[in-house]
Ligand binder design. Sequence first.
Ligand SMILES: *Cc1c(COP(=O)(O)O)cnc(C)c1O
Length: 360
Amino acid sequence: MDKKMILLNPGPVNVSERVRRALMQSDMCHRENEFSVLQEAVRQGLLAVYGLPKARYTSVILTGSGTAAVEAMVTSIVPPNGKLLMLKNGVYGERIAAIAKAHGIAFTMVEHEWGQELDRYRIEEALKSDPAISHIAAIHHETTTGRLNDLGMISELARTYGKVLLIDGVSSFGGEELNFDEWNIGAVCATANKCLHGIPGISFVVVRRELLEQIDFQPRSVYLDLRGYYREQERGGTPFTQTVQVLYALDEALREFQEQGGWRARHEKYRQLAQYIRTRAQELGIKMYLEEGMLASTLTAFRLPHGMSYQTLHDHLKAAGFIIYAGQGEAGKVMFRIANMGEIEKTDIDRLFVAMQEVV
Ligand SMILES: *Cc1c(COP(=O)(O)O)cnc(C)c1O
């Protein structure tokens, strides 16, 4: 199994050789000064992705996949007397509901069909009718369908009604615009191995310091206690063993990210690749799952060609060296997805469509 696969799934992504090589550095104890230096560099590097000032924002690093950061954010920030308003139009909105349920956090949900645009009117009605709501949780890029949710609109409502905004930016951080100040974002959680082109194993929350400083309740979780990590990391420590080698790789990936021009350059590269993929698919008569509204630049959901199962398409493309991604749940029967994050070039997409043409 040494054949290089082009990963067109929404994370983990293909990484560059320099990021892969960064894994091979010396073994290190997470209680030594060298680790503090590395951890601090990565924490600063994460703030630098959106040019955030250290005085007002901080980043907290966790060993775990993206969901660990989502769960840490929600369970550490919403207090026992708080209530979460969840905006759901896909699987990841449902996951936040599952997290709230598992931890006994009060919530109410504005539900939409998968892929549907978030409905400003219904969100505002929910906010008006339930003054107990203290926080709004939204998914930025709903990876289920490729819908980019309108954070500008949500942030306006959050500001008008005085709610704290918590964002799942796992598949957008580093690849889409995230306007922390203007949108008054409280916290965004994300992962090393999507738009940042790192290795799976580290996730993080970028958050306003005041939100962490305000936490005054018993943690709901020992391992996912954001405030506990924050306190330790501010002192250069860590409450638990971090995945040191993956941190090396993320440090390198963040350097590479800046050298390549930061989030704007990455967004532009993704946007062009996604556009190219959509055009090439259209030429083969493959229809997009969502046709209008704001679409992410990192992924496109398509309808499976008539009479073709996902498995057939997947297996043929895999044999040619490409991993595509199924639709989730019921959508698995009608949808497939192509993500374009990671170390991927236009020539890879050309080869993908040679293989696609053979099977369609
Ligand atoms: C990938 C993803 C996650 C987290 O998935 P993990 O498998 O835990 O890394 C969460 N939210 C969104 C929107 C995602 O795309």
